[in-house]
Each structure stands twice: as structure tokens, then as C-alpha cells.
Design a protein around this ligand. Sequence first.
Ligand code: ZN
Length: 486
Amino acid sequence: MSAVSSLCGVTKILILLYSLGPCFAQSYSDSSYVATEEISTNLGEAEPRDNGLDLEFRYHDHDQLTRYLRAVSAKYPALTALYSIGKSVQGRDLWVMVVSASPYEHMIGKPDVKYVANIHGNEAVGRELLLHLIQHLVTSYDTDAYVKWLLDNTRIHLMPSMNPDGYAISKEGQCDTIHGRHNARRYDLNRNFPDYFKANTKQPQPETEAVKEWISKIQFVVSGSLHGGALVASYPFDNTPSARICRSSVLCSVFQSYAHSPSIAPDDDVFRHLALVYSRNHAKMARGVSCKSGSPRFENGITNGAAWYPLTGGMQDYNYLWHGCMEITLEISCCKYPPAHELHKYWLDNRESLIKFLAEAHRGAHGFVTDENGNPVERAAVRVKGRDVAYHTTKYGEFWRILLPGTYRLDVSADGYLPQEVEFIVVDSHPTLLNVTLHSAKRIDAGGPYYRPVPLPPRPPPAAPNSGIFSSLSNSFNSFVSNIFG
Ligand SMILES: [Zn+2]
């Protein structure tokens, strides 16, 4: 039975096939997202005709947002797919719209990317900008060669609101309050993810659990989390080793001076680059002007997360360390919930950034890991030498590694195979395609088949530490990688 016909028999599917009837015609890839809860929808509900693509620059409540997304998916069935990854505490759907030339099916060898907005319910600009980004992409596909290239080669998942309950109680015009920031159970969702540096004891919330499930099922290559209240692109790490080391008052006083030091990720150069792509394509972010007197100014409009302020349980560190997805945090408005008449200006300021940032998924190296017979090797660990973090191959054996131009060595390993090392070059103009064949560790010898122990290559020394803290971070990455990914 094909995936398509088996799926058609399943009623508990979250993919919303609004525009394609009860069973869609395209073949369905398992790597696309399917959740297990039944969607509650009014699939047959007639939509007002004026609710289609006349997307005004005003705020849309949850029902209006839902109607807009459905209208777009009905009007552009070949470019969009709408699904819900779950529900908020108060039962609102956590909608995701895919925009791509292949909306229903992962394109093997081509990256999936995402934006998540409104994780803080009162930070409302990103929520509206994602609706306009959807509108822009679908209406430009036939006329804008760059958008066409992007949609032909990328699957873009856009979640306008991760916290619809918080948004529901937020108030337009409130720039600096925290009213509406949290979910309906008063949890800050951007402090609710598992944390590498410090155990996160906060009770996992349904919105967070839905996102964790989602990003475990789709290998996203890059991601942006849209916030408000500042104008800066902030990149991992958000948390810092000192939060882990500081266990006594004496130690805390020693490490207090590190509280606002950068917390350097193994891919710091790439994260800085990604943040700069956003800030430099933005109308004013790269100027680094502070929002108001007393608030910080950020050189080139970017900052390391912990250098600004450390936090535990953030979404961007989790994306990177758990799933090899390079997420950064985009603070796109000084006012968290500015008046609606300013939305058009925010769209113009961010339009170019929003598009160019996603295209960075095509930078660096990508390829496939296969066995001697050409079969994909799933969950092979892909490590770039000198960067103590492992990415893993998908069920198709795919991997993506965003890297800046240079020469690198890739270390690929998987259970039952001899590890393989490959040297490769990354250039600026196009991605490097790297196909790696792993050979089985089993050998036929005189005595018959036996399992030869695989000699592991010596681990490279930790990257040159700047201090004892960074040294311990780098060392602990090795054990972290083997614990989490091994
Ligand atoms: Zn925020």
C-alpha cells in the first residue's frame, strides 16, 4: 500500500488538505510532517470572497489568520500546504503554511527551512510579516526569478504564531509591557525548551512540545524566530557555561563577570554570518542604533545571545544542539505591538531580509551518505573537524552543513560502518555537493564472517580555548554529542 493510500485511510491527520479534498493526489513523503491528533476544522465552511488575497496591513486575530491561511491554500494549491502541528493550551491551532513548488512533499536533496513568529504573544509584528511573506512568495512566483528559484529549490515552513493564546490577550499599541508574552498557563515559551547548559525544570508546555515534535520530524536547515522589543539579530548560544558551573555563591561571584560574555558556538562564524545576512538586508538593523536611550546598541545589528543576556530554555540553542538546525532570533521592532498603520513600513524594512536569510540554506556543503550498494544511511553522524557538534543524516541519507568559504574535513560515522573522512572545499558562489560512501565494518575472512572492531579516529583536541570556561564547554561537547546523538 502506498503512503498515499494508507494516509487517505487515516482520519487522524493534521495535514490540512483544505484545497485538495479529502485525499490529495500528490505522493506523500514520510518526512513531511504528520502528527497524530485529529484536527478540528470546519473544512467545508465557505469563506467570504474578500477574505482571499486582499491582505491589508492590519492585525489579524486567530480566526482571521486562519481564514486567510485557508484562502491562500485554496487559491494556490500548487504552491502552498497548510497544516497544524498541534494546539495551544486554549485549543487554538498552531498553523504552519508551507510555501514551495513542492508543498506536500520533501524534495530529496533540497532543504526545508522555517520561520516561527509570535512565540511571545505580545510581540506581534512577526506574526503579520509572515502573512505578508506568504502573500509575497505566492504572488511573485511567476514574475520574480529569485523567488521562483527559492521556491523551486526550498521548502519554506512559516508559523505565524506559536503563542496564539498570548496574542489573544495582547493589546495593540503596548510597546514595553509583558502582558500577553506568556502562554495561557503563564509560561514563557522561549524558556521552555530543554537546555544543554543547565537543566530546565520548567514544565513542558503543549506549544513547546508540538514544536519539539515538529522539528524532530523535519530536518530544518535554517530557521528564524521572530520577536519584538529590540532591533537586532541574535545568535547562539543564548545560554552560557557559567550558568552550569556557578553552583555556589563563591563561584557565582567569580563567574558573575562572565554573565554578559559571549557564549561561543562551534559554528560561531556561520551564525555571525547568518545574523549579518539578516541585518544587512534590513532597511536599518545594521546601523545598530539603540531603540531608546539606555537600551543597548548592537554593532552591525547583531549580537551573541548570551553577550546580550543569558537565558535558559531558549528555542535557538535547542534547534542547533538537538537537531542541527541553525536558528537565530530576530528582534524586528523596537515596539512589541506597534499601531497597525506602521505594519507596512515594517514589511518593507524586513522583506529583503526575510527572503535572503532563508536562501542561506543553500550555502556550504550538502549531500548524501550511502552504503556500498547505494542505499541511504540514516542517522549517520556528520562532523566537520574542529566543530564539536554532530549533524545527522535523514532517512534519505541527506545532510546539509552551512559553512563559509574554506577547506574543511568531514568525519562521517555510523553504527556498523567504517568511519570515513573527506576533505572538501566550500566556495561562495554555489554549494558543494558531497556524496560519501560508507563501507560495512563486516569482513569475510578465513574463519568466516566476523565483526571487526572499528578503530575510531582520534578526536581532535578542543578548539583553542579562550578560557577555562570555554575549554570545559568544548570538552563537554564531546560527551554531549555522544550522549545525545550517539
Ligand atoms: Zn520575544
